[in-house]
Design a protein around this ligand. Structure first.
Ligand code: FAD
Length: 350
């Protein structure tokens, strides 16, 4: 599990960062600022800043050093100007080139590496999103660093905390790499607000590397409901729904009565009841809404890994011994085909 660049705190490797002998907390803010500089990778889609990616700024803030934001794509000026309003950013590095619009990692990784080298950053931070997961290991490989994945907390400039074994254990990892390439769990770091700032906008370097990959098209599932990853309420259905027809008939009105996003267990997705993009769990999305309602979901550890940090968990299951009740704040033992329509009707009348 451990390797050259990364080790458990009990390991033997020596951190290479200078001034390592002085405890982090004992250093003066000026010393920290001198030592540390973070680049927060900000995502954009169709010329709009993805504000969820501003979690990277919040994570970078924990380090105490300077923070720059990074954006790339066509018509990037508007995105950069929006990002520049984030209070904690000192500078936004922007690269205007349509080749980076879709965040293809084969294009984006060399671009990022050039800009990391130019800026001399000690930390590069992106969300643990589809984009970040695809991009950051390539960036790390190009820089001969170990990527530190899906962290939930920053102890100091070289020590990070992440969940392992589907969230059943927590590992503290220490990096001795000169440049730390990190992805963060969005639910662990609230997005920085787009307010109060006036960061400078600077053109980044564009290596215009020959790209072996070309964007052809995309087929996106469209929905008027809130986005699953950022919704404050989520209702998720499992295999207990029995079919796609029943999933839609039971879960969608419930979601609409609460203004919630719809999620699903992997068993429901694999059975074709719900789209793959709705999967919650270890191999799906990790969510932490104010309310998570699990309907006909047993509560396997792989599912819990994606939702157990929700503020309030409610579960409806006909099996009183279903493991989901062990994490639920509110539980209802009963037949979902009877109980959920009843609940939806009451919510609509309320
Ligand atoms: P089941 O376990 O079949 O549970 C169905 C539940 O519905 C039961 O508790 C039953 O009592 C209840 N039920 C049935 N009928 C009714 C009714 N009429 N009224 C009320 N309740 C009813 N799973 C995920 O969800 N997300 C992941 O990301 C994920 N990743 C995985 C990764 C790996 C490597 C592996 C090995 C597994 C992963 N899984 C994941 C699968 C996971 O182990 C479970 O198989 C899955 O979560 C089960 O889904 P479920 O609870 O919907 O189905």
């Amino acid at each position: 599990m451990l390797s050259a660049g990364r080790r458990a705190l009990t390991g033997l490797a020596r951190p290479r960062l200078c001034e390592a002998a002085t405890p982090f907390a004992a250093r003066s803010p000026a010393a920290i600022r001198r030592l540390l500089s973070a680049l927060a990778i900000l995502e954009q889609r169709d010329g709009k800043l993805n504000t969820g990616s501003l979690s990277a700024v919040t994570a970078a803030e924990k380090l105490g050093g300077s923070i720059h934001g990074f954006v790339a794509g066509s018509s990037i000026k508007g995105v950069a100007e929006e990002a520049a309003k984030v209070d904690r950013l000192e500078k936004v590095i922007a690269v205007e080139n349509g080749a980076y619009d879709k965040g293809l990692p084969e294009n984006y990784a060399p671009l990022l590496v050039e800009n990391i080298k130019k800026g001399g950053y000690t930390h590069v931070i992106a969300g643990h999103t589809a984009f970040g997961k695809n991009l950051m290991p390539r960036v790390a490989a190009l820089l001969d660093s170990q990527q530190i994945s899906d962290i939930t907390s920053i102890e100091d400039e070289k020590t990070f905390v992440r969940s392992i074994y589907a969230g059943n254990a927590v590992a503290t990892v220490e990096s001795s790499d000169d440049i730390k390439i990190i992805t963060i769990r969005g639910t662990a770091f609230p997005a920085a607000e787009v307010a109060g700032g006036s960061a400078a906008i600077e053109d980044g370097v564009d290596p215009k590397a020959d790209c072996p990959t070309e964007w052809i098209s995309e087929d996106l599932a469209k929905s008027d409901r809130p986005d699953l990853a950022t919704a404050t309420k989520v209702v998720s259905g499992g295999r207990g729904l029995k079919s796609k027809e029943e999933f839609d008939k039971i879960m969608l009105p419930l979601a609409d009565s609460l203004g919630a996003a719809v999620g699903a267990s992997r068993a429901a997705v694999d059975s074709g009841y719900a789209d793959n993009s709705l999967q919650v769990g270890q191999t799906g999305k990790v969510v932490a809404p104010q309310l998570y309602m699990a309907v006909g979901i047993s509560g396997a550890i792989q599912h819990l890994a994606g939702m157990k940090d929700s503020k309030v968990i409610a579960a409806i299951n006909k099996d009183a011994d279903a493991p989901i009740f062990q994490v639920a704040d509110v539980g209802l033992v009963g037949d979902l085909f009877e109980k959920v329509p009843e609940l939806t009707e009451k919510l609509n009348k309320a």
